[in-house]
Ligand binder design. Structure first.
Ligand SMILES: [Zn+2]
Length: 258
């Protein structure tokens, strides 16, 4: 959508496949390319990168939404970064702090160029204690549309937990929250003092010139550091359930905000 700013193939607009409700949903598959996100292991010992699971969920949700008549913009639809990376964006083949910041700015820019009614950023949770489990959804309370962020987060949390339960996975409902450490890469001292997730948060001079302009939330449906939940995350059925929850919530949200 702005070819000079984005990596090849990043920030892609996908037309509706059936009908056309005239609305756009922006879906961000967390991490990608040199940033694997969190690392987990399934119950059968299969290693799992967060970036591959977020992509699978985003692609499935995008297809479902397009079949419901929505245009979808994806920050990425393959295993790549969203920003066009330069040497300074990498450190020992991983994203540098500068690169992680540039990467999130590119996702914010893509969301705003999309003209989307709603933003969903897909991540998975991780913790040093592998017994920790559950689903959570993060929103930002410090935006002009904070009430709608809160409403969206509640819908996403309810519908993702519900969709998993309907398929037999009773995932702990950890509720919605405003945890600024959720979902993102480490952004250093400046990121810590910003006090928001870049994809959801307000403008900050010298750090985020233009924030996202639509209600949004970061979903974290499972802990991929828990083997049982990593197995759900790695399965097509689990990914489809999470995507269905995202689609149920976003379509209800968009219909309710006409
Ligand atoms: Zn993440």
């Amino acid at each position: 959508m702005a070819p000079d700013a984005f990596a090849p193939g990043a920030c892609v607009a996908l037309a509706p496949l059936r009908g056309n409700v005239g609305r756009t949903v922006f879906i961000d598959a967390g991490h990608g390319g040199p940033d694997p996100g969190a690392l987990g292991t399934t119950a059968s010992g299969q290693p799992l990168n967060e970036k591959s699971v977020t992509l699978a969920v985003a692609l499935t949700a995008a297809r479902m939404l397009r079949l419901h008549g929505y245009r979808v913009v994806l920050s990425r639809n393959a295993d790549n970064s969203v920003t066009r990376l330069t040497g300074a964006d990498l450190y020992q083949r991983a994203l540098s702090i500068r690169g992680a910041h540039a990467e999130l700015l590119a996702r914010v820019r893509c969301a705003d160029l999309a003209g989307a009614s709603v933003l969903v950023s897909v991540h998975f949770d991780a913790f040093s204690d592998s017994t920790v489990t559950g689903a959570t959804t993060v929103y930002d309370p410090d935006r002009p549309f904070a009430g709608r962020n809160h409403a969206l987060a509640k819908l996403l949390q309810r519908d993702i937990v519900g969709a998993l339960a309907a398929d037999g996975w009773r995932v702990e409902d950890r509720g919605i929250g405003t945890d600024v450490n959720a979902g993102g890469p480490a952004l250093g001292v400046q990121g810590a003092s910003y006090g928001h997730l870049l994809i959801l948060g307000p403008a900050a001079p010298g750090y985020l010139a233009r924030p996202t302009t639509m209600p949004g939330a970061v979903v974290e449906p499972l802990f991929i550091t828990n083997p049982a939940e990593a197995s759900i995350a790695a399965s097509t059925a689990g990914q489809t359930a999470i995507a269905a929850g995202i689609v149920a919530a976003t379509t209800q949200f968009v219909r309710g905000s006409r």
